[in-house]
Every structure is written in structure tokens, then in C-alpha cells.
Design a binder for this molecule. Sequence first.
Ligand SMILES: [Mg+2]
Length: 224
Amino acid sequence: MIKLVIFDLDDTLYNEKDFVFGGFFEVCKYLSEKYSISFDEIFKETKKILFENGRGKIFDVLCQSYNIKEDIDTLVSIYRNASPKLILYKDSELVLNALKDKYKLGLITDGMASVQWNKIKLLGIENYFDKIIVTDDYGRAFYKPSESSFLHMLKSFKLNSKEAVYVGDNPNKDFIGARKAGLYTVRIIREVGEHKDVRLSSEYEADFLISNMEELLAFLKGVL
Ligand SMILES: [Mg+2]
């Protein structure tokens, strides 16, 4: 019987682009004021660089294209400390509310600790969870796809692996560790999301696929 439902954060519970674009907004505001560049133009350009090049050296490319000699660390820091308005996906909010009194709830998320805690705070979701593991707080060895964070989570509730399920969106790293730890795994494939078209070999994929968080309720009933 499932007693513990653990969620990934980015692109599982909310649209991570809301945070990314919120960070871009602050960086572009800073650059447009400092260098008298049209905000709309530079904001559009930043998004274009993301779509064309993916994540990585976005601000380097941006400064190059405008011939700006700016300290990239300053821009990265502005990005990381941005406070955009973040909201849960409607179905995530509904499901968290439906589950919070019936199950133990956990959150396991990768990424720089200060940034991930900032997102958690901006979403206002701390109180939904009985335990939150920002893997960065525990060191690199805890980053997904390691099974360490899953084992740590099970241990803190004194549960065995078949009493827990992990819900995530990224088959590159979300499920392989959770599977090694013996948990059930559920992959949410939303209409938007960086990994929606990625299909990997079976050890990387989840046991179950859902396209809406509300299907998780049906999954939980099936196992019970
Ligand atoms: Mg994710």
C-alpha cells in the first residue's frame, strides 16, 4: 500500500519557464537601463537565444550580440535571485490538496539550493510537504539520478520502497535512481515541458505514464 508520494518540482508541479522568464525579465531590465537598450528588444532576443541554443551560456551570447562587456556573474546572480510570481499547475494544486491528509508527501529536487528554495518559497508550497530534499544541500552525491535521496526519504519515514512512489517529468534522471531504490515511478508528460518528446530505454522510463496530475489519483487507487 502506498503511504508516501514524492514529487519532483520543476516542470512537474509548475512550469519552470515561469521562473526562467522571470529571471530573464530582471536581467533584461538591468541591461536595458544600464546600456539604454530597448527592453522589449533585448527580452525577445534573450528568449530567442534560449530557444536556439538551449540553456547554458545564454548571457554570454546575449552580451556578445549587443557588444556589451558585462560581468556575467552579476547577470547570473540577478537571474538566480529573481522573484517572479510562480503558481502551481492547477491539477498539481488539486492533487496536493487531495493527497495531503491521506499520504505523507515528499519533494525531491535538484539544482542550486538557494535557487530551489527560492522557487519553493515563491510557490508557497512548503506546508504541503512532510519532507523536502533539495539534493544540493546534501552534496553532489545526492543529485539525481543517484538513489541516495530516495533512500534517505524512505528512511526518514521508516517506510519500505514499495510504499512509495516518485512522480517526475525528466526520464534522463528522475526514474533510474528511484527505480534502483525500488520505488514505483510515474512520469507526467504535459503538453509543454522540456522533456515531453524524450523516450528512453526501459530502465530510464517510469512504470506509469500520465498526462495530467489528476491521473495520479487513479494510479494510487489501482495500487491500493
Ligand atoms: Mg523536473
